[in-house]
Design a protein around this ligand. Structure first.
Ligand code: ASP
Length: 298
């Protein structure tokens, strides 16, 4: 059954990712290529402070990036975590998918793999804004925190007119994190998941909390059981809040896209938005993610 082509992206930098992914998809590129193109556009933009080149460093002043990509049509994934010296970790994750039998490469191994595939080591890679933020951290005026938007991820899902799906995620993670800290974003099933027979989902927020409930997989599994993407997103945020009831201020925003082009989004925060492009939308629209409140968990 033909479906309308749709692209969804989370996070403030979804405003850069989504139009670029949509342009690629409408130019006839595969969903996985569209997702990669969108994420690379955001990763390369120094104004995007949550992903790629514009991201915030770890507590040693290095950009250390996480990214993953998954192709629904082949049910294959590639991922990198703690990658240094590279603006476009999603392109390296794609190389892992395309050229190895592996799914996830980390740290020094990811760096060596990147170098071997033509991504030279570009050093700490801090923009002037990121360097200024790091100086504040060193002066004790900023600290790692999941409140507000001192973290964030761009997660991107796409479906084409054939109903083929793909999903990707890219992040600099928690600002000023411990070196070696990895969140949910490069973990298949936590930060992203796709089942080409069902749909795709991706997440943004407190990785430490979300990765303990395999949130993206849960959303797709709920859709497989018959929930709409919107219902599945709300159920997942409710489930997270219920299981992490002792933890205050959980930030979690999720989006989902079904094979038929229907979509949804939910958040534990009142103000979070995501971006959607489809032939039914007039360009890219900014959509409020429905807030799931702590009182909704009973
Ligand atoms: N999920 C990301 C991480 O934990 C950060 C975020 O989306 O806010 O690394």
């Amino acid at each position: 059954m033909p479906s309308p082509a749709v692209v969804l992206s989370t996070g403030p930098s979804g405003r850069i990712c989504n139009p670029a992914a949509w342009a690629a998809l409408t130019a006839g590129e595969l969903p996985i290529d569209a997702v990669q193109a969108g994420l690379m556009a955001a990763e390369s933009d120094p104004e995007c402070i949550d992903i790629g080149y514009g991201g915030r460093p770890d507590n040693e002043g290095w950009l250390s990036l996480d990214a993953a990509i998954m192709d629904g049509a082949r049910h294959r994934a590639g991922s990198v975590a703690g990658l240094k010296g590279c603006k476009n970790p999603i392109a390296v994750a794609r190389k892992v998918l395309e050229t190895t039998p592996h799914v996830l490469l980390v740290g020094e191994g990811a760096r060596k793999f990147a170098t071997a595939h033509g991504f030279p080591d570009e050093g700490p890679l801090l923009t002037d804004t990121a360097r200024a933020a790091y100086q504040k951290f060193l002066a004790g005026e900023a600290r790692p925190t999941f409140t507000g938007h001192s973290h964030d991820t761009v997660g991107c899902c796409a479906v084409d007119a054939h109903g083929d799906l793909a999903v990707g995620c890219s992040t600099s993670g928690l600002d000023f994190k411990l070196p070696g800290r990895v969140g949910d974003s490069p973990i298949i099933g936590s930060g992203l998941y796709v089942d080409n027979a069902v749909g795709a989902a991706t997440c943004m927020g407190m990785g430490e909390q979300m990765m303990q409930v395999c949130l993206a997989y849960r959303i797709v599994a709920s859709m497989e059981r018959g929930l709409s993407p919107q219902e599945a997103c709300e159920e997942a945020v409710r489930a997270l809040l219920r299981r992490r009831a002792g933890v205050s201020g959980i930030h979690c925003t999720v989006v989902a896209l079904a094979k038929d082009g229907t979509s949804g989004g939910a958040s534990s925060y009142p103000e979070d938005v995501y971006y959607r492009s489809s032939s039914a939308d007039d360009g890219t629209v900014c959509v409020r993610a429905l807030q799931v409140k702590v009182g909704d968990v009973a």
